[in-house]
Design a protein around this ligand. Structure first.
Ligand SMILES: Nc1ncnc2c1ncn2[C@@H]1O[C@H](COP(=O)(O)OP(=O)(O)OP(=O)(O)O)[C@@H](O)[C@H]1O
Ligand SMILES: O=C(O)C1=C[C@@H](O)[C@@H](O)[C@H](O)C1
Ligand SMILES: [Mg+2]
Length: 176
């Protein structure tokens, strides 16, 4: 059987960290953010890792962190927006628990990330970069077990929606 984790995937700014923290509180589970683990492991911020070592180094550290985290259970795991680009990560996530893809429109993402400078892939021209990456990653989150479009939902709405889906998921697992 799959381990009992909830794994949040989605583009930058779809709310993986914010929702993950709330969800973990509701479930009494540990909250884990793979981006935070990467920063701990590298001893640098994400922009510093990209600037000093480049994206492929970042993706290698990310893969190690994803693989390690997925071995645990009773965790809400918020993943980096690009972690789904590697097939090995997608496979581990699907085996690790219920994978939830959060999405939002380009306009909403722009609004949500506008005050934050911690996303090197959006630097210089956030709007253009968001458009390009969203296009490139159009299908990247479709492997998830469930998907939630968050534009019109509050953080509480999204958390409640996921809790309801998780209950059904557990009932399904016990009946089969
Ligand atoms: N459903 C929502 N409604 C309104 N604001 C939201 C919602 N979800 C997230 N936000 C806000 O959007 C911003 C970005 O959210 P967050 O940092 O959780 O995204 P993320 O998916 O973790 O991004 P990244 O992949 O870059 O780590 C935060 O300021 C958060 O409060
Ligand atoms: O979408 C991405 O490729 C990224 C998303 C963030 O969560 C970080 O993992 C990093 O900024 C790269
Ligand atoms: Mg995050």
């Amino acid at each position: 059987m799959n381990k009992s984790n909830i794994v949040l995937v989605g583009f930058m700014g779809t709310g993986k960290t914010t929702i993950g923290i709330e969800l973990a509180k509701h479930l009494g589970w540990q909250f884990v953010d793979t981006d935070a683990f990467i920063v701990d492991e590298a001893g640098m911020t994400i922009p510093e890792i990209f600037a000093r070592h480049g994206q492929s180094f970042f993706r290698d550290v990310e893969e190690r962190v994803v693989q390690r985290v997925m071995n645990g259970s009773d965790q809400v795991i918020s993943t980096g927006g690009g972690s789904v680009l590697r097939e090995s990560n997608r496979e581990m996530m699907l085996r690790g628990g219920m994978v939830v893809a959060l999405s939002a429109s380009e306009e909403t993402i722009v609004q949500r990330v506008s005050k934050d400078t911690n996303r090197p892939l959006l630097a210089d021209n956030p709007l253009e970069n968001i458009r390009r990456l969203m296009k490139e990653r159009k299908d990247a989150y479709q492997f998830a077990h469930i998907s939630i479009q968050t534009d019109e939902l509050t953080v509480t709405d999204v958390v409640e929606h996921i809790l309801a889906k998780y209950k059904a998921w557990q009932e399904d697992a016990h009946s089969s």
